[in-house]
Design a protein. Structure first.
Length: 350
């Protein structure tokens, strides 16, 4: 995921400078000085508004043009005062701008604004809550899949690591609705909560589900007792790293070749084929297709998931695909690209 660019950052800094309260105050001081100077020439010299304003501007800006008219002693004194005021204003303006730009560069506010704009542009993305060991692993997988996401974390160290890895970040407590909204939860496709606290994961899921009822939510459970609570909070999928690690260790001991094969099939480019899921849509090219026809496309149906959640393994050749079904298939990368162009790979299903 690309980091925000330099030109955009410089322009953002300029826009922020123009809207800074301190600059607005300084502009008011400059305008006041010009107004007072103009009034002085009108009163002391009896000039009209345009001549008085012109003389004030060339004096305050110290450009050194010739006087509009001959000045008496009072006018010369007033011009010297205006010229001195101009010098103060010029150096004050340079100092104000320099101080602001240095503060922007050292405080990270410009980077934060750029990051917020990039997150605001996301839609159909994932919100990844927590960037610890599990969260960073999830982020790497999402990057490999080309899936957009934003990281939410409150730990400065974790946030800095996420930025260094090139991810979009939102600083704040993921249990807070305002933080989730800043991460675009209402436009998001899914949420993955990998915080190492079961209680916080429950609160995050409750908040996310309330803000976006159609969200796909995957939660991390640290203990078996937390799985039920996460499900009640609204998690569609629940993962326990410890349970999964135990299962994987057992599978590697019992059937290591099967595990190696599945890892290779699900990896990123290690083999010429892959395991994927395809969703059948009413107006898609897979609607009404048979399993045999799917095989002619180079895709082998291992199982079909119906809307009722039941799997039909090893479907018969004459089995026709219906809208709403998901096919778990293996095939070449080219075959899946073709299916992706015609029907689209399935999104997450609950």
């Amino acid at each position: 995921m690309a980091k925000p660019g330099g030109e955009a950052g410089a322009w953002d800094a300029v826009l922020a400078l123009l809207g800074a309260p301190g600059l607005r105050t300084w502009v008011a001081i400059v305008a006041g000085a010009v107004a007072v100077g103009t009034a002085g020439y009108m009163v002391f010299e009896g000039w009209d508004l345009l001549d008085a304003l012109y003389m004030t501007v060339i004096s305050v800006t110290t450009v050194g043009f010739k006087e509009v008219r001959e000045l008496d002693a009072t006018g010369r004194i007033w011009t010297m005062i205006m010229s001195g005021t101009g010098v103060v204003l010029v150096f004050g303006t340079v100092g104000l701008v320099t101080e602001y730009l240095i503060l922007e560069a050292t405080s990270g506010r410009s980077r934060t604004r750029r990051m917020a704009k990039a997150v605001d542009a996301l839609s159909g993305h994932y919100v990844l809550c927590g960037y610890g060991r599990v969260g960073s692993t999830v982020a790497r997988e999402l990057v490999h899949e080309g899936t957009p996401f934003a990281v939410v974390d409150v730990n400065p160290v974790s946030l800095e690591r996420a930025r260094a890895d090139g991810h979009l970040v939102v600083e704040g407590d993921a249990t807070d609705d305002a933080t989730l909204r800043a991460a675009g939860i209402e436009r998001a496709r899914g949420l993955i909560s990998t915080i190492d606290s079961d209680a916080q994961n429950v609160y995050v899921i409750l908040s996310a589900r309330a803000l976006n009822p159609s969200l796909l939510v995957v939660g991390r459970a640290g203990t078996p007792s937390a799985e039920e609570k996460l499900a009640l909070a609204g998690a569609d999928r629940i993962v326990s790293p410890y349970t999964m690690a135990g299962r994987r260790l057992a599978e590697l001991a019992i059937r290591p070749r099967v595990v190696d094969f599945l890892d290779a099939a699900l990896s990123h480019g290690e083999l010429s084929f892959s395991l994927e899921e395809l969703h059948v849509t009413p107006d898609g090219g897979l609607n009404g297709e048979t399993v045999a026809g799917l095989r002619q496309r180079g895709l082998f149906a291992l199982a079909i998931l119906a809307d009722d959640g039941r799997y039909a393994a090893n479907p018969a050749d004459d089995r026709r695909l219906a809208p709403g079904e998901t096919i778990i298939a293996s095939g070449s990368a080219e075959a899946f690209r073709s299916a992706h162009g015609g029907d689209g790979l399935a999104g997450p299903r609950r």
